[in-house]
Design a protein around this ligand. Structure first.
Ligand code: SF4
Ligand code: FES
Length: 285
């Protein structure tokens, strides 16, 4: 099957880009669009021309690195599907497929279809982690998490950090991404330690680089991980609480978090039996 590809070519961040037209004569319906680019690159190399630069890694919807605009939509024509899983079967012979990099102020083009998405990493380094006591793993049953919260945390953790939500948003906002990260940790006991510090720091960092959310909702159909709009409400709610806590001078101290205090005093944290509290050693005797 013959397809025409209009692909964005750009030598580096400082150079102007342009679309170039190519033809792939032997595409097959089961191929992914990344495999179509592979096939085109093999042709270009054979002809002595520069291959098209594009990001990819897992090719199974996990890593989030393959984000490109296909026919003007982040990741391509099929909703909730990353570029690496979009198939040629969605096109008819002779169709024109337009492929260009994500368009967002926070994602400068590095070359061809590759953009710099380290602005998302900066949001994560601002607070997308937890503090925990290291040493032996705590007994899972000491930290019960109800089923509803465990499932919600898993749903929010599905975000693969692709940046399609930013590319889809007319404002270039990253609220769906940041909301997924904040909501994921806020559902779990481990996430309570830095809960308010986290949301303050992540939102402040995000606002340095991205636009503001005005509830267009364009991010949701573009998201290949099925992250829902309610994570943005979660983000805003936690941010508001963080501001109120701060105004009242009520930032929770780490020692105020009851589950962490329980972990710290538990015998599972001491690798040397003589470090355990005296009561426990007496009980063994
Ligand atoms: S929220 Fe969805 S679209 Fe945005 S970075 Fe995460 S997986 Fe990608
Ligand atoms: S290549 Fe990993 S999600 Fe597409």
């Amino acid at each position: 099957m013959r397809l025409i590809l209009d692909v964005w070519r750009q030598d580096d961040a400082a150079s102007p880009g342009r679309f170039e037209r190519y033809e792939v004569a032997e595409a097959t319906p089961e191929m992914s669009l990344l495999e179509l680019l592979d096939m085109l690159n093999a042709q270009l190399v054979t002809e002595g021309r520069d291959p098209i630069a594009f990001d990819h890694d897992c090719r199974e919807g996990i890593c989030g690195s393959c984000g490109v605009m296909i026919d003007g939509r982040p990741h391509g024509p099929v909703d909730s599907t990353p570029a690496c899983l979009q198939r040629v079967r969605n096109y008819a012979a002779g169709d024109i497929v337009t492929i260009e990099p994500f368009r967002a102020g926070a994602f400068p083009v590095i070359r061809d279809l590759v953009v710099d998405r380290s602005s998302l990493d900066r949001i994560i380094t601002a607070g997308g982690y937890i503090s925990t006591a290291t040493n032996a793993a705590p007994e899972a049953l000491t930290l019960p998490v109800n089923k509803h919260q465990a499932e919600a945390a898993m749903d929010h953790a599905a975000c693969i950090g692709c940046g399609a939500c930013v590319a889809a948003c007319p404002n270039g906002a990253a609220q769906l991404f940041a909301g997924a990260k904040v909501a994921h940790l806020a559902e779990l006991p481990q996430g309570q330690v830095e809960r308010y510090e986290r949301v303050r720091s992540m939102v402040t960092t995000m606002e340095d680089m991205f636009g503001s959310c005005t509830n267009y909702g364009e991010c949701v159909p573009a998201c290949p991980a099925g992250i829902e709009l309610d994570v943005i409400a979660h983000l805003n709610r936690d941010f508001r609480r963080a501001v109120i806590h701060e105004r009242r001078g009520e930032q929770p101290r780490r020692d105020d978090v009851p589950w962490l205090a329980r972990l710290r005093s538990g015998p599972w944290l001491q690798s040397d039996p003589d470090d355990r509290p005296t009561d426990d050693r007496d009980a063994d005797a």
